[in-house]
Write a protein that binds this ligand. Structure first.
Ligand SMILES: NC(=O)c1ccc[n+]([C@@H]2O[C@H](COP(=O)([O-])OP(=O)(O)OC[C@H]3O[C@@H](n4cnc5c(N)ncnc54)[C@H](O)[C@@H]3O)[C@@H](O)[C@H]2O)c1
Length: 417
């Protein structure tokens, strides 16, 4: 079996940590049990380009038990947990992922996953899909479909579909309610604070935290930072999101103003150069910057490198840039998503829902093989609702249901004042 990981001797530790994450993934457990019985993915070749974490380990084992012939590669050079990768290899899953791999190795790993000739692709950021479409077009006719985990990936895929370039159907798992309402908000919220804390050991209380991008992730980060006692400033380009931030109780202002007062800057926009040269020029000595958006383009690192007179690594994941006027700015995790670079990514309990959606959407694609034309599709509502229902049940929460009278009332228009 072909694979490329850091150290196979980490497998036992990885196995235990995958099992530990599994404790918090009751919905995945149910999916896995059914998959093991019914084998809905029997003999299907799948390539998964995902953050290689212990939660992904649980998804991978469910797909394997479902009969899939699965290979995995990293969806980010810094997000791999080397022990999880080692465990997956021990479970017989070819895995290509090493924490800290350079860009060349990253794409070599994507190509190794594509060499598997996948019939299904599971992507987080659309690098696998875009590499297949740009460099391995011969594979495309055999691909039944794909799934996409994150906002940035869905945006890239929609752009491909708009330009008539997407050659197979892809389900936007990110857009399921049981995904982005929870994973992006509570998962990114908590794990971003965790990543920055682990990298720096800063005290959040009393700090001025600038959150750039008040989408699903930004809302979660702002709320968690506020809960830690920080003064939160939100920076936005969308009037509605800015208004929401203001009414949620945060200060809202242009970044060029926030740059002068912020202690910690966190980007989560999915956009390029959300923090740029003009902002570095205004920042206080000691300002810290971190990104939690998918790609490392949100902070203009090439401009920062140019402006800096010197650079030192102060601790793992903390780079100090000293500018000509002696101000020191700190960049965390090379501007890569800090929750996965310096911490462990989202807690298992939210990945439970994201990955149950992934597994069920893959099953849906196989069941509907040949019926879906190339496009980006929403997660079927039945899957989204089922994941929500199962999660509530696992959390021992019951809710009310509509009476016949209420159903009729809500379906009608005749009754008024
Ligand atoms: N770190 C993680 O584990 C993780 C998890 C989920 C999503 N993501 C990634 O985080 C990013 C954000 O995802 P989301 O679901 O919150 O997206 P979203 O679309 O809900 O929110 C993005 C927000 O950023 C704003 N924005 C865009 N450009 C801006 C700019 N230049 N300045 C200020 N604001 C700007 C938009 O108006 C929008 O409100 C994406 O790249 C996504 O893939 C990361």
């Amino acid at each position: 079996m072909d694979y490329h990981i850091k150290d196979k001797s980490l497998a036992e530790q990885g196995r235990l940590r995958i099992e530990w994450a599994g404790r918090e993934m009751p919905v995945m457990k149910l999916v896995r049990q059914r998959f093991a019985k019914e084998k809905p993915l029997k003999g299907i070749r799948i390539a998964g380009c995902l953050h290689i974490t212990t939660e992904t380990g649980n998804l991978a084992l469910a797909l394997k038990d479902g009969g899939a012939n699965l290979v995995l590669c990293a969806s980010n050079p810094l997000s791999t947990q080397d022990d999880a990768a080692a465990a997956l290899v021990e479970y017989g899953l070819p895995t290509f992922a090493i924490k800290g791999e350079d860009n060349q190795t990253y794409y070599k790993h994507i190509n190794s996953a594509l060499a598997h000739k996948p019939q299904l692709t599971v992507d987080d950021g659309a690098d696998l899909v875009s590499t297949a479409h740009k460099k391995k077009t011969k594979l495309l006719p055999d691909i039944i479909g794909g799934t996409e985990e994150t906002t940035t990936g869905v945006i890239r895929l929609r752009n491909m579909a708009r330009d008539g370039k997407l050659k197979y159907p892809v389900i936007a798992v990110n857009d399921a309610k049981t995904k982005h309402f929870f994973d992006n908000r509570y998962g990114t919220g908590q794990s971003t604070i965790d990543g920055i804390t682990r990298a720096t050991n800063i005290l959040w209380a009393g700090k001025r935290v600038v959150v750039s991008g008040y989408g699903w992730c930004g809302r979660g980060i702002a709320r968690r930072a506020q809960g830690m006692g920080s003064w939160v400033i939100v920076v936005e380009v969308d009037p509605i999101s800015a208004l929401e931030a203001a009414m949620d109780g945060y200060q809202v202002m242009p970044l060029i103003e926030a740059a002068k007062v912020g202690d910690i800057f966190i980007t989560t926009t999915g956009d390029i150069n959300a923090i740029d040269k003009a902002h570095f020029a205004k920042m206080k000595d000691g300002a810290i910057m971190a990104n939690s958006g998918h790609f490392n383009v949100e902070i203009n690192i090439p401009a920062l490198e140019k402006m800096a007179k010197s650079k030192r690594q102060m601790r793992p994941f903390v780079d100090e840039y000293t500018l000509a006027d002696k101000r020191r700015l700190y960049l965390l995790g090379e501007g890569r998503l800090i929750n996965l670079a310096a911490a462990e990514g989202h807690p298992a309990s939210v990945m439970d829902m994201s990955f149950a959606n992934q597994a069920l959407c893959l099953e849906h694609l196989v069941k509907n093989r040949g019926k879906l034309k190339p496009d980006v599709y929403p997660v079927p509502e039945e899957i989204d609702n089922e994941v929500g229902r199962l999660k509530l049940k696992a959390m021992n929460i019951s809710i009310d249901s509509l009476t016949k009278e209420q159903k009729k009332y809500l379906d009608s228009w005749e009754e008024g004042t």
